[in-house]
Design a protein around this ligand. Structure first.
Ligand SMILES: [Zn+2]
Length: 475
């Protein structure tokens, strides 16, 4: 049984997705006005680990993560630098996608706001129709929080002092907590045409629209960094539940703790960020993944070079463990009987497996899970390597492979073996083709044709031409 913490109820709950085998995840992605930094990496790796564990448990998972490519911050940057806002958004979108790829994170879809303006307008239209939103004299559209009775429950923040609001908006809003769904166009800013006038979407509406477009009206896990709980997720929740007349719209609200540097949040406004691009010049992505893994996703993670170095040392240890097991696998003969020591080792591997799962099942306790991974490496070097048996080596190898399904740091080492095999196969086919060519030169056509037919049966089709023989795999 998997348990996870739900920010809405502030309690640990049993995980039961809307559909028994499918998990729909929406995680709030970046506003692309600057380079991705380590704080982003922490959040994205954390949700990737959670997703991998859900897959490991047999769920089918769909993960959507948006890209905010139109926003106040992008417009501000474009005005400061005299660069086109679109050029800025495209440039940092590319940086973000590259970083995601380097960190070995696989996301099903990255919807961009500017490609969903029509959907956003339709969503707002319906909120106006249903009486949940109103058009202000400026042409901006606001969500009317008094029409949604549960407002404030997710964040627990309802005091007006916590709201930093600009006077121009306060003047035209009916209630100080109302928030913009659509911002009327200002001179020199990008805009789109809506039935109520020119402007652009507010920040929160995009996530309600794009999540429902791709995941439907019910989401299993909606997540983001803890700094998004208010106002972003509070507002998303209000407008989506109002739109769908459905509660809960999201089954589990999941929030990743912040990355801190000398106990302060790592953020651009505080000027203490470590840009991911730079971090990846110093440390391999696997070290960053393991470093994120070393802290529970809900706790703060303090940045220090030492902690990333430690994660890197663990990565090297994992590689050494894998290589050791792989070479032992080639040496040992299949087991026909086991010694008492072997049985004890197999029992310990079972215990490691069980404790790893128990830790992950309890709200994704990755630090504890990681200690079990470490325990496996110790067992390999201390007990298996000096007296290997086929059963213990194979069991340890498979366990490490399973753990990597969640860790995602040894993929290329496991793939390397496959690449090696593929390389050998290609070379063997080339040898067979050369033999056939020699046979044909000697006019031994029946044997040459036999080779061709045999290869075809294996799904390998030979294609002769003046330049020589090429082959393709048809199966
Ligand atoms: Zn969002």
């Amino acid at each position: 049984m998997l348990l996870l913490y739900n920010t809405l109820t502030r309690s640990i709950e049993k995980f039961e997705p809307w559909e028994p085998e499918l998990v729909r995840i929406y995680f709030c992605g970046p506003t692309v006005y600057d380079y991705s930094h380590l704080g982003h990496a922490r959040a994205y790796v954390a949700i990737d680990i959670i997703k991998r564990y859900l897959k490991f448990k047999g769920y089918d998972v769909i993960h959507v993560q948006n890209i905010t490519d139109i926003d106040d911050k992008i417009i501000k940057r474009s005005q400061e630098e005299g660069r086109d806002w679109k050029e800025i958004a495209d440039y940092y979108t590319k940086d973000y996608l590259e970083m995601i790829q380097k960190l070995n994170i696989h996301i099903d879809l990255h919807p961009r706001v500017t490609e969903h303006i029509r959907d956003i307008i339709e969503f707002i239209e319906k909120l106006i129709e249903k009486g949940h939103a109103y058009i202000a004299p400026s042409g901006s559209v606001y969500f009317d929080v008094t029409t949604y009775k549960d407002y404030g429950r997710l964040s627990g923040r309802l005091s007006a002092e916590e709201w930093r609001q600009e006077v121009e908006f306060l003047q035209e809003k009916r209630h100080p907590f109302d928030f913009a769904l659509w911002k009327a166009a200002k001179p020199g800013e990008p805009y789109w045409k809506a039935p109520w006038g020119y402007g652009r979407p507010g920040w929160h509406i995009e996530c309600s629209v794009m999540s429902s477009k791709y995941l439907g009206s019910r989401i299993d896990i909606h997540g983001g960094g803890q700094d998004l709980i208010f106002p972003h997720h509070e507002n998303e929740r209000a407008q989506s539940e109002a739109y769908f007349d459905k509660s809960p719209w999201v089954k589990y609200w999941l929030h990743v703790g912040l990355l801190t540097f000398e106990k302060e949040k790592m953020s651009k406004s505080l000027g203490n960020i470590v840009i991911l691009k730079e971090a990846l010049k110093r440390w391999r992505p696997e070290a960053i993944r393991l470093w994120v893994f070393s802290a529970h996703y809900r706790s703060q993670l303090e940045f220090s070079e030492k902690s990333i170095e430690q994660a890197n040392a663990l990565y090297l240890r994992l590689v050494r463990t894998l290589e050791t097991l792989r070479s032992l696998l080639k040496e040992v003969e299949p087991t026909t009987s086991l010694s008492g020591k072997d049985i004890a080792i197999l029992n310990e591997i079972s215990d490691i497996n069980q404790k790893f799962r128990e830790a992950m099942d309890h709200d994704f306790n990755t630090p504890e899970a990681l200690s079990q991974v470490y325990r496996l490496t110790t067992l390999v070097f201390r007990d298996i390597e000096p007296r290997p048996s086929h059963a213990t080596v194979l069991r340890a190898y498979i366990t490490l492979k399973n753990f990597n399904e969640v860790l995602g740091v040894l993929d290329k080492h496991f793939e390397k073996a496959r690449e090696f095999e593929e390389d050998i196969i290609e070379k063997l086919i080339d040898i067979v083709i050369k033999v056939r060519h020699e046979l044909r030169l000697k006019k031994e056509y029946s044997l040459a044709d036999w080779i061709r037919a045999q290869l075809l049966e294996l799904g390998i089709r030979l294609m002769d031409s003046k330049e020589g023989t090429k082959w393709i795999i048809e199966k």
